[in-house]
Design a binder for this molecule. Sequence first.
Ligand code: CA
Length: 503
Amino acid sequence: MRDYVKLTERDNVAVVTHDVKKGVEIMPGLVLLDDIPQAHKFALVDIPKDGEIIRYGVVLGYALDPIKRGAWINEHMLRLPVSPSVDNMPWGTNIVKDLPEAPRKTFMGYRSADGFYAGTRNILGIQTTVQCVQGVLDVAVEKIRREILPKYPNVDDVVAINHAYGCGVAINAPNAKFPIRALQNIAKHPNFGGQLMVVSLGCEKLTVDRLVGEENNTPDNVVVLQECRGFNAMMDAITGLAEKKLAILDKRRREELPLSELLVGMQCGGSDAFSGVSANPSAGYAADMLVQAGATVMFSEVTEVRDGVNFIAERCVSAEVRDKLADEMRWYDAYLDAGEVDRSANPTPGNKKGGLSNIVEKAMGSIAKSGTSPIVEVLSPAERPTKHGMIYAATPASDIVCGPCQLASGIGLQVFMTGRGTPYGLAAAPVIKVCSRNEMKEQWPDVIDISAGAVVTGEKTIQEVGTELFNFIIDVASGTKKPYTEQYGLHNFLCIFNPAPIT
Ligand code: CA
């Protein structure tokens, strides 16, 4: 087992793979000057004041004071570099064609009638126009699950799309397009099999017409609570309509489909300094295999790629894709400015405890989950993709906001990398958990699906863990395996991204 990881020749720091005491000779002639916690950095050379601190071959920051060879480098010891400009970024200068051969080319999915990517689950999704209906709908869903769903064994679940949007909001504000688009596109999610069902209150700002289109606003699809005569009538209307939809969904069957019909989302959260060494590069390898086989993979999280945006631009296949990337970064820079914060607001206390000094270091690890393949499209938050291959969707990095954005984009499942651990999950699509270090898997053996920890210790390669993850993705997409979050029903509230005013 190795004691430290140095990522590129240019790096002047390395990361320890376990807690190491002061005075240990970690490599010939290099004695540690401090206790170094697991995943934290130590200096490989003397670094002068204002000297570059380099990891991933990239400048993470500049030393605030001189740092001695063998000393611990923590988040208090470096100054952030200037964020890279998004003007005139070179594009197409790093187009990788020789991707690893995928061992499987098909999966068992639910074909979408509208030609969009396939579904991975068969779910009755009940859309809502406004938060006011949640209490009633939750009681109805409980009843449907208990009394009606067992009659339709081919349907996996009934899910209420509850959210905090819909009324008391500036519905015509320019930025209202974000939450509205998200809810419109979630209603079209392939796991819902094209069966539309909406519960509305009757006086909200987000009307049924606006949510699902006037042509779909019929008694065959919609229950309006204010039109029901009392609570029992509300229950009867919701359960009655649900039963009609369940009978249709019950006829859906999986069929063997090419991987070009699969859309996979990638996210990370609770990252540590190993995320960029083990879990994210393994996910990147699986992503390369998926793209090689014709699948579409989406990665996101603007504040976590902003400091490495030039590495994304160089993989863009056209000036148009590069320009959309730049526009999305500018929008987010302005959004953060308006809130009087900057990107230094990103790393969390847990990230820092996990050895991530700043957002540059976090970004380099985050981007690793996108692998190496060309970037064919850039999306605004919650937009639906139109291309096949690697896609960048410019969502917030917050786990519980990125998740619903990717769901709106139509992901069949999400792969979630973590260093510190989170039980996060989505009700409408499976979430696979991949951890960066063995200790995390030992702590949560029955929450984490796949550990990339053996990459840290040198016992497995990125290719081995990446291939294992690829196969698990195909099995979960095909319904033959369920990740732990799905087995337990661990589902987070749908936190819809709303940068527009609340009234
Ligand atoms: Ca995240």
